[in-house]
Design a protein. Structure first.
Length: 180
C-alpha cells in the first residue's frame, strides 16, 4: 500500500502547458497511490506545447480546494499566462494556501501565485524570467533545483523534475502545513 493512497491531487492547467511538467508529476503521484484530477478552465482536452493531449476531468468553475489534498501547477509560458488571468483559477489556487494544503509549482506555473497573492514572505524558485514578478509580490526568489516552504514545493525547469517529484510526493504525504 503506497503512502498517497486515498489522496486526491488537482492538476490545474490549460492549453500550452509544458508537457513533461504535467506527465512526470502525474506519474509520480499516481504511482504512489494518489488520484490525479485534471482541472482546467478549458473543456474537453488540453494540449501541451509539444502536442501532449490530456482530457479535462473537472472544469475549474466546479472545482473546490476542499475536495483535494494538494495542487500541482505545471509550467509553460502560455499556460501560466492564461491561468493567471482566469479569476476562477486564481481563487481555486488561493484556496489551497488558505487551507494550508501542499502545492507544487514548476517553471512558469508560479505566475498564478502572484495574482493569488500567496507568495509574500515565502521562499521559492521558478523559471528565471519570473524572478522579478515573484519578488515584487513579496517572495524571496532563489535559483535552486527545488525549494520547499511550508508545503509549497517549487522548481525551475523540466531538468528539475526528479527532485521536484520527490519533494512533491513527500509534502503530499505530510498533508496540511499550518503556518508556523
Amino acid at each position: 500500500m503506497s503512502h498517497l493512497t486515498g489522496k486526491r491531487v488537482a492538476f490545474l492547467l490549460t492549453d500550452g502547458f509544458e508537457d513533461s511538467e504535467l506527465t512526470s508529476p502525474w506519474d509520480a503521484v499516481t504511482s504512489h497511490g494518489a488520484e490525479a484530477v485534471l482541472v482546467s478552465p478549458a473543456s474537453g482536452t488540453v494540449t501541451g506545447k509539444n502536442g501532449h493531449e490530456a482530457p479535462v476531468d473537472l472544469p475549474v468553475g466546479e472545482a473546490r480546494a476542499d475536495d483535494f489534498d494538494g495542487l500541482v501547477l505545471p509550467g509553460g509560458v502560455v499556460n501560466g499566462d492564461q491561468l493567471r488571468t482566469d479569476e476562477r483559477a486564481v481563487t481555486f489556487t488561493r484556496d489551497f494556501f488558505t487551507q494550508h494544503k501542499p502545492v507544487g509549482v514548476i517553471c512558469h506555473g508560479g505566475w498564478i501565485l502572484t495574482d493569488a497573492d500567496v507568495v509574500s514572505g515565502r521562499t521559492l524558485t521558478s523559471y528565471p524570467s519570473l524572478k522579478t514578478d515573484l519578488a515584487n509580490a513579496g517572495a524571496t526568489w532563489v535559483d535552486e533545483e527545488v525549494v520547499v516552504d511550508q508545503g509549497l514545493v517549487s522548481s525551475r525547469t523540466p531538468d528539475d523534475l526528479p527532485a521536484f517529484n520527490a519533494k512533491l510526493v513527500e509534502e503530499l504525504a505530510e498533508g496540511e502545513h499550518p503556518a508556523g
